[in-house]
Design a protein around this ligand. Structure first.
Ligand code: ADP
Ligand code: MG
Length: 491
């Protein structure tokens, strides 16, 4: 089952081995997991909507319902069936279909009223005109179901089209809210930046060596899922600094981490994490102007002794400026960067993008800012990576999670999850929301006009019952046709 090379179709007949599932060329990967060995090109478009296949090799994560070709993989399965990312997407889309948007509720109320109104019009027609045929035509031509259909059909089309593009929209109501949004809040690490920072400088302090600083920091970061933690662990591997065991790991959201390494308390985090420590001034003195260039400094403290400073650099996602420009063009003027990083780093980045910023924020500060905007009557969209932004994403009127494939928190907390890390999807989802609401309004208007004209013609005897019956399906056909436009996804 190792390395099949080539596209040998015969390999697809082999059965999985005991210790790991096998994925042979040209077959759908049956479960989520991590590649143990082998190499293949994986078409992940079912999950991410991205048609460019990705290379998978040992250590890569693969997802159920994606297709491996040009090689074979040996995969350690982590999730099967409904628990896989694909399974969750299906469940969420099903739930989304059951969600009712506000416009839908209004339409439902309206259709409940509509029936008695039609009955009254029919009764009046009979009383005034004494014409049973016209009365019958009134009853036949009235089409209340199209009011009920106008919204859900459009929403359904958009949710479905979105899922194919790698946009998981958890309910039509979020499209409705998104179309009215006026504030966009953006998280930094992993959202505006690639979230793959690299440690580019190590400044040891006191009696510590660079190697020791890396070993200690990487041990403390061993269990953290933060992108900065991965950067520290990677730096240790690259520099071949010894790996140390750690225990009692604790993450301090928005500040850093701490753990016991060789029996000593090691802390790694922002300057702010050590605000109330006696050695704070000492650390501050070692903070360099690096942060003015948009870099992030991590301070390493071992047993209350400053041990070193790690300078991390992350790259801005290249699609961000164009995406923000498009969003601004749609009339969303208030765009703000919210970050737990320091003032200078935030200022450098926000300045380059021409947006406002707030720095030194803890996760709860982000929630408070979202709430403050909402209290002013703003409709807030928040874009985050879901790692520690989940509460703010959930608080926002619409929370959008980046790169949600494989991330449980992001898929759960966000209202809209982008299954691939691509900022171009953000303006796209704004556009989908606007187009959807446009179609909903057109559907409702069409139904309204049809009913008014139809009822008038029927009541006056111009429209005979047979034609009225035929005309009755007109609004449904119109609504279906109009809504189907939303199924067309632009490439
Ligand atoms: P953002 O708001 O930009 O996504 P976070 O809230 O995740 O940033 O983190 C804010 C700051 O807290 C980081 O810039 C870093 O200084 C510090 N920090 C958070 N988690 C860690 C960690 N695991 N290791 C080191 N520092 C961390
Ligand atoms: Mg973040």
């Amino acid at each position: 089952m190792e390395q099949d090379g080539g596209e040998s179709g015969a390999a697809s007949q082999r059965s999985p081995t005991r210790d790991g599932g096998g994925c042979a060329p040209g077959r759908k990967i049956p479960a989520d997991g991590e590649v143990i060995s082998g190499q293949a090109t994986v078409d992940q478009s079912t999950i991410t909507g991205e048609s460019m296949p990705v290379e998978a090799a040992a250590g890569s994560r693969v997802f159920a319902a994606t297709i491996a070709s040009l090689g074979s993989l040996r995969v350690r399965v982590s999730r099967v069936g409904v628990d896989t990312t694909f399974g969750r997407v299906i469940k969420m889309v099903e739930e989304a279909e059951a969600q009712r948007a506000d416009v839908q509720r209004i339409a439902d109320k309206f259709s409940a009223w509509y029936l008695p109104v039609v009955t009254v019009i029919a009764a009046l027609t009979f009383l005034i005109r004494r014409d049973p045929l016209a009365t019958a035509a009134v009853l036949v031509v009235a089409c209340s179901c199209s009011f009920a259909l106008a919204t859900p059909i459009a929403m359904l089309a958009s949710v479905g089209a979105g899922a194919r593009r790698g946009l998981l929209i958890k309910g039509g109501k979020y499209l409705e809210t998104l179309a009215q949004a006026n504030v966009l809040l953006i998280d930094k690490t992993g959202t505006l930046t690639l979230g793959r920072p690299r440690i580019e400088r190590i400044t040891p302090l006191g009696a510590f060596s660079s190697e020791q600083v890396l070993s200690l920091a990487a041990a403390a970061e061993h269990d953290s899922e933060h992108p900065l933690a991965e950067a520290v662990r990677q730096a240790r591997r690259l520099q071949n600094a010894p790996a140390l065991p750690s225990e009692s790991f604790q993450a301090i959201p928005g500040l850093g981490v701490q753990a016991q390494v060789n029996g000593q308390k090691v802390r790694v985090g922002s300057l702010r994490m050590f605000q109330s420590e006696p050695f704070f001034a000492d650390l501050q003195a070692h903070s360099s102007p690096a942060s003015q260039q948009g870099k992030t400094e991590l301070f390493v403290v071992c047993a209350d002794q400053p041990a070193g400073v790690l300078t991390a650099e992350d790259t801005l996602r290249s699609e961000v400026p164009a995406a923000l420009e498009q969003i601004r063009g749609m009339g969303i003027r208030q765009i703000e960067l919210l970050t737990g990083d320091n003032q200078q780093t935030a200022a450098a980045l926000a300045g380059a993008l021409g947006i406002a910023y707030r720095a030194n924020l803890l996760p709860e500060d982000k929630i408070a800012i979202v709430k403050a905007y909402q209290q002013q009557g703003s409709i807030v969209v928040m874009v985050g990576d879901g790692v520690n932004d989940a509460p703010a994403l959930a608080q926002a009127n619409v929370g959008i999670a980046m790169g949600a494939a494989g991330s449980d928190v992001a898929i759960e907390a966000a209202h809209i999850a982008l299954m691939r890390d691509d900022w171009a999807l953000v303006p796209e989802v704004f556009q989908i929301a606007r187009r959807t609401m446009g179609v909903v309004k057109a559907n409702l208007l069409f139904t309204m006009v049809y009913n008014v004209v139809g009822l008038s013609l029927a009541a006056t005897g111009i429209l005979p019952p047979i034609l009225a019956a035929a005309a009755q399906s007109l609004p449904d056909i119109g609504i279906l046709g109009n809504s189907a436009r939303l199924l067309r996804t632009k490439k």
